[in-house]
Write a protein that binds this ligand. Structure first.
Ligand code: NAD
Length: 292
């Protein structure tokens, strides 16, 4: 059976750049691609700078700290054939089903035999991602849901990926990237985002119905509750408000009418408003917390 020696990461955003840097630190060749419009070198430069920063980031990664092998950042239009030569292709593009599916059709045409493909989706069910997918690709496809930041979060949710073809990937995630792989059913939000959404809703209630400042709500819902020091609002800013909006919309669509999610989801419009005003979180001009 083969090994994972090369990884292609598609989407050089919040997650893709970090997954790529972490995989490189685990000692494999990594190709990171995004959409770079003709003449626009800037995005590529940003991706390269992100990778360099992440590779050197202190403290050192908790795991996967073999000498970084090789990482290149490029344009998907130029590098699609090179993507197809990789043992594992991980898709980390925007959380939109139609964008992901269009990409999978292109990957099916170029990927080599024996490779595996996975999505880093937060909430889109495997059955929706694979709907209409060619049989061969569907057989070699699964969800590998990393958590943010991928370098430090040990948990990885896997949906599908149980067959023999995925043994090298599971081995690499575990031994190479140091992840604790948890197999999830194909349920809305899988495990962590399904539970995490209740934290978010509680924080919204504290802030909007009980009149607490964002900082106060984060103090209550943060360290005191064993949550990361960022608290819930700080975490959403790190994740991206645009993504939080997608996650909320996905769960609203996927969960049955009587589910407690709907009763608690009273303030989802806040995400819509912030995104409409251009506040996407730390990757942009701030979100719940504004940069000075
Ligand atoms: P992001 O918006 O930061 O980055 C997405 C990137 O994909 C952008 O750079 C965009 O240019 C690129 N892109 C879009 N369409 C593309 C295409 N057809 N080909 C190549 N590149 C394309 O998004 P993100 O937060 O990194 O999220 C990526 C995925 O990871 C989503 O599915 C999301 O649900 C999931 N995820 C995100 C987090 C998080 O904390 N942000 C955590 C876990 C999972």
């Amino acid at each position: 059976m083969g090994e994972i020696r090369s990884v292609a990461v598609i989407g050089a955003g919040v997650m893709g750049a970090s997954i790529a840097a972490h995989a490189a630190n685990a000692g494999v060749d990594v190709l990171l691609v995004d959409i770079v419009k003709p003449g626009a070198v800037e995005r590529n430069a940003i991706a390269c700078a992100t990778i360099e920063r992440l590779k050197k980031m202190e403290p050192a990664p908790l795991m996967g700290s073999r000498a970084a092998r090789l990482i290149t950042a490029g344009n998907i239009e130029d590098d699609l054939v090179a993507v197809g030569r990789c043992d594992w292709i991980v898709e980390a593009v925007v959380e939109k089903l139609e964008v992901k599916q269009a990409l999978y059709a292109r990957l099916d045409a170029v990927r080599k035999e024996g490779s595996v493909v996975s999505s880093n989706t937060s909430t889109i069910p495997l059955r929706e991602l694979t709907a209409g997918m060619p049989e061969g690709l569907a057989r070699d496809f699964c969800i590998t849901h990393f958590f943010n930041p991928p370098r430090y979060m040990r948990l990885l949710e896997m949906v599908g990926g149980e067959g023999e073809a995925f043994a090298p990937l599971r081995g690499f995630l575990d031994q190479g990237m140091g992840k604790t792989v948890v197999s999830c059913k194909d349920t809305p939000g899988f495990i962590a985002n399904r539970i995490g959404t209740y934290w978010v809703q509680c924080a919204m209630v504290l802030a909007l119905e009980m009149g607490l400042e964002v900082e106060e709500a984060d103090a209550v819902m943060g360290k005191a509750m064993g949550f990361p020091s960022t608290g819930v609002f700080g975490l959403i800013d790190m994740v991206g408000i645009d993504l939080a909006l997608h996650v909320n919309a996905s769960l609203a669509r996927l969960l049955p009418e009587g589910d407690v999610f709907h009763a608690m989801n009273r303030h989802g419009a806040v995400f819509t408003q912030l995104v409409a005003e251009g506040f996407t979180g730390n990757k942009g001009k701030g979100g719940f917390y504004r940069s000075a």
